[in-house]
Ligand binder design. Structure first.
Ligand code: GLC
Length: 720
């Protein structure tokens, strides 16, 4: 259906719709199933669908249930307007991929797109037409549990992640049977909640909002995202769900977004709790005028919207504009052409197998080797030994799926234990839990200690459980629970080789792990093929290539910590007390953004930039030579940062502008080539528009955001 046809269809429908039918299109509810059923819609909800009182449903799943509901809407309601089915397909539907923060460590937009595409194929086969993903909130506070859902701390990465996920979910044809509408969420600055506390107020500067928190959402809109979800939170006192200045002023008017805005769960009625609405009618009016088209699971639109109209708080045209956008989305999705297009074709076994292999590939690329002091890796499969695989996450398939695991099947998930058993057939692989995630288990502890004493080497699987992360999971101490620490100390105390695998949805603040263990990997929540992927890395079938998408704090007191900080008037200098630093800790993170080791080493040399003097519109090329100085082949992700050392607005000490991957044989030297445009040197001025300010710029390239590891060059920008 062309845009013109969609518009014609929407307008002709709108002209026929009663007020109740219009209101119905703005209401999204959860399914109510008949008793003892998960596929048959209950009579009362069937009646509401038949009356046109429901326009979309969330948390409904499977071809049978969606077909049952759709049959009622399409064949029994007066106008036959199809329902829209939506679900949180964040990192997979049945085949689960690494949780987003882990996948971000791959620094691979092609991979990010492929996993979204696979997830969309599976979700659409289950009748889903819209996912509440990608989550695009910049996250710089590991106390906040939803950091696991994010791409990390950097807005440039966020923009690349947004583009890749929108392309992957929606494909080139949103009406295709395996396309799923993407929802860029949660706009905006949700990751900056006060003290990392879930749902807390957000107070950020206009500059931080526009330079840090909005770019990924703008990239999603420019990539064609079909929907946006405002955040639960207030922004500088104005709840996002009723924030017309941002949702209308910036997102619709300045960015030209003409898609659908869907509130978060019950967020419209929560405008009363925020203290900006006295009743449901006022809440409904605020949200509708801010451009929120669909009220997810609150009473505000169902019980307050028509009252708001009667009280003159909104106009009929406001309602009609929202209804039209919803009808346009349904038309773009092809729902009017064929409401049963999604859910009609089951996934082919070959597709499912391909998705499993992709999940394993993505999981490998997400693993970050944080520390490698002991030379324990890779293990030599051909030299059988006794490997003890112990800890609460050694055999924990459900935790491997992480939060928002949709229909990930625990029984079909490869645990670390299973993966290593399969990869090391000649070895003795023993197992004991050793500890609960948050509880001491004395019997299991003793069993594990016995095994670690017997074994030649131990894989210690510790960290945080899936239910300790995600929504409503803020932690004031985002580390490893004491019960695990006591258990780990006993294992370290044995004095035999230990490899630590950290399961988590955030950088865990546990300096003791890195003091006691020489070899530590961040394994996040790796998904359906977690164990296979870890085994691939530990056995050397594949080398670790992941790098940190977030700074890894040395302690909680450093939070929020991120590389793109301002220089301040007194940059940190340990030799000078009166500089920007702490008395009791370093200012640097334990591991910087971009940190990640492999099984070889790389040396950077000879950064050169051309032209050395650029004019607006020029293309800038930066090249740097990278040498594999190790004995095995390896893949390196190199980063390019800029700094504007003197500008009318103080600029961060580093700003990421490009990444390049390069694969090198042992001893080989290659050239990483970065291409920028002069627009990459611009910043947002006080009129909130990109401003290209002539002057000198510093260009940095290297393996991570640690300034000491970067090579520097300069470029001068002239005015036209
Ligand atoms: C939740 C989350 C949001 C999700 C929605 C529907 O509360 O905030 O990310 O998409 O509700 O499940």
């Amino acid at each position: 259906m062309t845009e013109a046809d969609a518009a014609f269809h929407a307008d002709s429908l709108l002209a026929q719709m009663s007020q109740e039918e219009k209101l119905g299109q703005l209401i999204m509810v959860r399914p109510a199933f008949a008793p003892a059923s998960q596929t048959v819609i209950a009579d009362e909800q069937r009646a509401a669908i038949r009356a046109g009182q429901i326009g979309s449903m969330l948390d409904i799943w499977g071809a049978d249930a969606t077909r049952d509901a759709q049959e009622v809407a399409v064949k029994e309601s007066r106008l036959g307007i199809p329902l829209l089915f939506a679900y949180d397909v964040l990192h997979g539907y049945e085949t689960i991929f690494p949780a987003p923060l882990g996948e971000a460590a791959a620094f691979d937009p092609e991979l990010w797109e492929k996993t979204a595409r696979a997830a969309a194929v599976e979700a659409a086969a289950g009748g889903i037409a819209l996912t509440f993903a990608p989550m695009l909130d910049v996250a710089r506070d590991p106390r906040w549990g939803r950091i696991v859902e994010s791409f990390g701390e950097d807005p440039w990465i966020g923009s690349r992640f947004a583009e890749a996920k929108v392309r992957g979910f929606q494909s080139a044809d949103l009406s295709a049977a395996d396309a799923v509408a993407a929802t860029a969420k949660h706009l905006g600055a949700y990751g900056a909640v006060t003290a990392g506390r879930e749902y807390a107020s957000v107070d950020v500067s206009e500059r931080s909002l526009r330079e840090v928190h909005l770019p990924a959402f703008r990239a999603a809109v420019e990539a064609g995202a079909a929907a946006i979800m405002p955040a639960f939170t207030d922004l500088n006192g104005v709840p996002m769900t009723g924030n017309a200045a941002v949702l209308q002023g910036i997102v619709r008017e300045r960015w030209g977004f003409d898609g659908v805005m869907i509130s978060d769960f019950s967020a419209v009625s929560e405008l009363m709790s925020h203290g900006v609405a006295g009743d449901l009618a006022e809440a409904a009016a605020l949200a509708l005028k801010a451009g929120v088209d669909i009220d997810m699971a609150s009473d505000a639109y169902p019980k307050g919207l028509l009252a708001a109209l009667e009280r003159g708080l909104i106009a009929q045209a406001d309602i009609d504009a929202c209804v039209r956008r919803v009808l346009m989305l349904k038309a773009r999705l092809g729902l009017f052409d064929d409401p049963f297009r999604r859910g009609s074709t089951p996934l082919a076994p070959a597709q499912r197998q391909a998705h499993r292999e992709l999940s394993r590939e993505a999981a490998r690329a997400s693993i970050v080797l944080l520390q490698d002091r002991d030379g324990l890796l890779p293990l030599a499969p051909a030299t059988p030994r006794h490997l003890a695989v112990i800890g609460p996450f050694a055999d924990a398939p459900l935790d491997m799926l992480g939060p928002w695991r949709a229909f990930g099947d625990e029984s079909a998930t490869v645990s670390f234990l299973a993966g290593l058993q399969a990869a090391l057939p000649g070895w003795r692989i023993s197992h004991a839990r050793g500890s609960g995630a948050e509880t001491v288990e004395p019997r299991a502890r003793n069993d594990a200690i016995d095994l670690a004493e017997e074994a030649d080497i131990t894989l210690l699987c510790i960290g945080e459980a899936a239910n300790m992360c995600g929504e409503a999971s803020s932690r004031t101490n985002p580390g490893i629970p004491d019960c695990q620490r006591q258990f780990a100390d006993a294992i370290f105390g044995i004095g035999k080789p230990v490899i630590v695998a950290l399961t988590s949805g955030r950088p865990l603040i546990a300096p003791w792990v890195f003091e006691r263990a020489g070899t530590v990997l961040a394994t996040w929540f790796l998904g359906s093929e977690a164990g296979s992927a870890l085994a691939d890395i530990l056995t050397g079938c594949h080398a670790p290539t992941g790098k940190l998408p977030v700074s890894w704090p040395a302690n909680t007191g450093q939070i929020p910590i991120f590389y793109a900080q301002g220089a301040t008037g007194r940059p940190a200098n340990p030799a000078e007390r009166l500089t920007s630093q702490y008395l009791d800790a370093a200012v640097e993170p334990l591991f910087p953004f971009g940190h990640g080791l492999g099984y070889t080493r790389f040396a950077y040399a000879n950064l050169r930039v051309s032209p050395e003097t650029a004019h607006p519109g020029d293309t800038i090329t930066a090249e740097i030579d990278i040498t594999n100085t190790g004995a095995v082949a390896g893949e390196e992700t190199a980063f390019l940062f800029i700094r504007d050392p003197v500008a009318s607005i103080a600029r961060p000490v580093l700003e990421l502008k490009a990444t390049v991957k390069i694969r090198l044989a042992p001893g080989a030297t290659g050239t990483a080539r970065f291409t920028l445009s002069t627009s990459d040197l611009a910043f947002i001025n006080d009129a909130w528009v990109p401003y290209l300010e002539p002057g000198a710029f510093e260009v940095f390239a290297g393996p991570c955001a640690d300034r000491a590891s970067l090579l520097k060059a300069s470029i001068t920008l002239r005015s036209a």
